[in-house]
Design a protein around this ligand. Structure first.
Ligand code: FAD
Length: 484
């Protein structure tokens, strides 16, 4: 696979265009589908090129969390107060390099966006799942999917559950319901979807992008468009790009992506000067819960020190594991609290009668773990964690031997992940250069664009589908309004 940035085609060299449209969308996953529907609804002649034989992309594989809030119909029906302001404050607090205008739009537009998604033809169940889990096992519509209740975030924004799950049980393929409905809606609006047809290069006229080169098996051609929306997914399937930008994702065996997550969308944007942001940031995770009782234990590195509040959202914990020596960490739980994780992603190493034996077995310096555990237990007896501010009910002393350890080390635990980097865009989805100027005629949305999800530590489940659909719509609307 290539890391190469494709060359551009000068419009003056194109002798014939196979089609001419107002808005051309590259890729039909959640972002491209939403862009196409909004563009066509605004009256633009809209064509989608989709490299695969079906629509849906990686989005159709997704469990189906959408991160939505501000007082959605589901939050209201289940009795949870939320406001756009609290959602804004929370997202600002977890995003390493926040773009306030986009976070403001996303928070203020979230209630309407939830209604818009449902108007495609489904309803999030008006029910709440109270457990700390990775995803609802059933069809419950709402749960916490981020660090809202973790320190310091609950001090910065009033917590509210914002993980809206589509009404499909299980942890994969639920979102296919939405991409299927989007496909139907797009067709009803007159969008042409050309399958097994990939965009290969951008066509430029001076500084403006005016079309794409396409390929369908052996057939090739050029399409002229007033605006082009790239919605072609991330790069987790491109081994070379992963090795260059997010090597931790190369060391884990489970890739969350589909065949065409090869970064071509990002590279197409770069070919005309678009800047790529957060390319080094993966979402990478090996959850230890459920059961959440395991989070009463402590997570330590090779030095025997704690480094993350154990009640964090799983990808925040995993993100901090990646910062430790040799990406190594252990979850240690005493015999009063030990239970096996429901999903066995972190292998159980062994149990030991004494902490000294455990230190020897794990290669932790003698006395280091003993001290960490003694300090933790001393405060935990009062229900406190002054070091890392883990919250009750997860603060319980771990003082009854024997003690067991789970391995969170990269390469030992079964980590899964995808890439978060993508093209820099405006709040309308316009692709931007390093100097902040707009690449005329070009938009990007979804996993090939950089918006709100910037690193695994601040990630909340549902942000990819949430922002992909939200900013996909914004790009489709703007592309139709400004360029037709
Ligand atoms: C198992 C799993 C579970 C997940 N669960 C969730 C979840 O619950 N919530 C959440 O927010 N995120 C989840 N994610 C992540 C999320 O699914 C993706 O980040 C998101 O779907 C990306 O959407 P997209 O529209 O940008 O890309 P995609 O859905 O991948 O769509 C891109 C489309 O572009 C096409 N394409 C690529 N290149 C070209 C080209 N050159 N020309 C034409 N077409 C092209 C592809 O074939 C594809 O159809 C999950 C991921 C996986 C794998």
């Amino acid at each position: 696979m290539s890391t190469e940035i494709p060359g551009v085609v000068d419009a003056s060299t194109v002798s014939a265009w196979s089609d001419e449209v107002d808005v051309l969308v590259v890729g039909f996953g959640i972002a491209g589908g939403c862009a196409a529907v909004e563009s066509a609804a605004a009256g633009a002649r809209t064509l989608v090129l989709e490299r695969a034989a079906v629509t849906g992309g990686t989005s159709a594989m997704a469990g189906g969390h959408f991160y939505l809030g501000g007082g959605t119909v589901v939050q209201k029906a289940t009795g949870y107060d939320d406001s756009a302001e609290e959602m804004f404050k929370y997202l600002m607090s977890v995003t390493p390099h926040p773009e306030p205008d986009k976070i403001r739009d996303y928070s203020e537009g979230s209630v309407e966006h939830c209604d818009w998604l449902e108007a495609l033809g489904f309803e999030f169940e008006r029910s709440y799942y109270p457990e700390k889990a990775v995803i609802q096992p059933g069809t419950e519509g709402l749960m916490y999917t981020g660090n809202e209740k973790c320190w310091p975030h609950f001090e910065l924004a009033t917590p509210a559950p914002r993980g809206h799950k589509v009404p499909v049980p299980g942890d994969t393929q639920g979102a296919a319901l939405v991409t299927g409905l989007l496909t139907t809606r797009a067709e009803e609006l007159g969008v042409e979807i050309r399958l097994e047809t990939g965009a290969t290069q951008l066509v430029v006229d001076g500084d403006r992008v005016v079309g794409v080169a396409w390929q369908r098996f052996e057939e090739r051609g050029f399409i002229k468009a007033a605006a082009i929306v790239i919605a072609a997914g991330g790069f987790v399937m491109n081994k070379e790009m992963v090795a260059e930008f997010t090597p931790a994702l190369a060391a884990k065996p489970f890739t969350l992506g589909s065949t065409y997550d090869d970064g071509l969308g990002i590279r197409l944007g770069q070919s005309v000067g678009g800047e790529a942001l957060h390319m080094h940031e993966p979402f990478i995770t090996a959850p230890v819960y459920p059961p959440s009782r395991l989070l009463t234990g402590i997570i330590v590195n090779k030095e025997g020190k704690r480094f993350v509040a154990e009640d964090s959202y799983h990808s925040r914990t995993s993100g901090h594991v990646m910062d430790q020596t040799d990406h190594a960490a252990y979850l240690i739980v005493d015999s009063e609290h030990i239970e096996h994780p429901i999903f066995q992603l972190t292998p159980f190493i062994d149990g030991w009668e004494t902490i000294a034996e455990m230190e020897t077995a794990l290669g932790i310096p003698a006395g280091a773990l003993e001290k960490t555990l003694t300090d933790y237990n001393e405060h935990a007896r009062d229900g406190a964690d002054p070091e890392l501010h883990k919250q009750p009910p997860f603060v319980e002393p771990q003082d009854v031997g024997p003690w067991g350890a789970y391995d969170l080390t990269l390469g030992k635990a079964l980590y899964a992940g995808f890439t978060l980097g993508g093209l820099r865009t405006s709040r309308h989805g316009q692709v931007l250069r390093e100097d902040g100027s707009v690449v005329a005629g070009l938009y990007a949305a979804g996993a090939c664009a950089a918006n709100i999800a910037q690193d695994g530590k601040g990630y909340s489940s549902g942000t990819q589908l949430g922002e992909g659909s939200f900013f996909g719509r914004a790009a489709g609307r703007h592309a139709a309004a400004v360029n037709t």
